[in-house]
Design a protein around this ligand. Structure first.
Ligand code: SF4
Length: 290
């Protein structure tokens, strides 16, 4: 089958930096090293880091996770952590290493600055994802996490100083409606779009490529927000079927019945070798499903 390799795809600068930091820490540290949650949201990358001797501490939230670490070094993941987590790590006598992506750091700074100036911040993000958890910790009680229209309807904010911003790995298209709803209720709300460039570029390329293919495969893990958004935007805006595959075995032949061309992209945390294997497998499908 003909495969269109969508670019840009795969590793972003935040993921590359996080790997580089983790590798350096493991090489230079003699004691135990932990990652507080998956360093990046990809199961293969996390398995690989564990094989290198970096233990995974995966709890429902970062503060809980810290309590499971007895000693040594703790790496804060690319998604960022709240100031409370940083303080607690020091209290526990751990050595913290911060691998937060610079784009997420910028959102933290923005939200902390807005809160200092007296703003109520409406933050569009995914409940249960570590990035909102970290950002909300910048100004507890002043940052209001919203994921769907009903969350906005339930807000009770007052005053002139209201701002709306978002998680870095959402899509412009799914934040647009929610931002519109916030502004309908609070016309004074100032909008700060924090979707990172890497996420936007991958989504735009996938939607564009969808015009030229019959189906799109997104290589990425189910916990990867940006991978899930890639599937969504292809379906919603590219009007083509799209499927998430975490491993080669997830591919199902019936997805390609009658298809002549398939587009392949991958999430920002997906290992390049894995995407290459998926591409090679699909290329070998030529003639089998036609
Ligand atoms: S997807 Fe964006 S915010 Fe997340 S690590 Fe990559 S560059 Fe940073």
């Amino acid at each position: 089958m003909e495969v269109l390799k969508i670019t840009p795809r795969g590793y972003c600068h935040g993921v590359v930096d996080a790997f580089r930091i983790a590798k350096r820490v493991r090489e230079e540290t003699t004691g135990p090293v932990h990652m507080l949650g998956m360093l990046v949201h990809n199961t293969h990358a996390t398995d690989d880091l564990q094989a290198q001797g970096i233990a995974l501490v995966d709890q429902p939230n970062r503060l809980q996770g810290l309590e499971h670490i007895k000693e040594g070094t703790v790496i804060f993941t690319a998604h960022g952590v709240s100031p409370q987590v940083k303080e607690r790590a020091v209290e526990l006598g751990l050595t913290p290493v911060d691998a937060t992506c610079s784009d997420v750091v910028r959102t933290h700074e923005l939200v902390a600055d807005l809160a200092r100036k007296g703003y109520e911040v409406v933050y569009i993000g995914r409940k249960g994802h570590p990035e909102p958890e970290g950002v909300m910790g910048e100004a507890p009680g002043r940052v209001h996490l919203v994921q769907e229209p009903a969350d906005i309807d339930a807000l009770d904010l007052h005053g002139d100083r209201i701002a709306v911003t978002c998680q870095t790995t959402l899509s412009v298209w799914d934040t647009e409606d929610l931002i519109g709803r916030v502004r309908a209720r609070y016309p004074q709300a100032e909008v700060y779009n924090e979707i990172c460039r890497a996420t936007q570029e991958r989504q735009e390329a996938a939607v564009e490529a969808a015009k030229e293919v019959d189906v799109v495969i997104v290589v990425g893990s189910p916990r990867s927000s940006n991978s899930l958004r890639l599937v969504e935007v292809v379906k919603k805006l590219g009007h083509k079927p799209a499927y998430l595959v975490d491993r080669l075995e997830d591919l199902q032949v019936e997805w390609f019945r009658g298809a002549k061309r398939v587009g392949v992209t991958s999430g920002a945390s997906t290992p390049t070798q894995l995407t290459r294997r998926v591409i090679e497998h699909l290329e070998a499908l030529e003639g089998v499903t036609s």
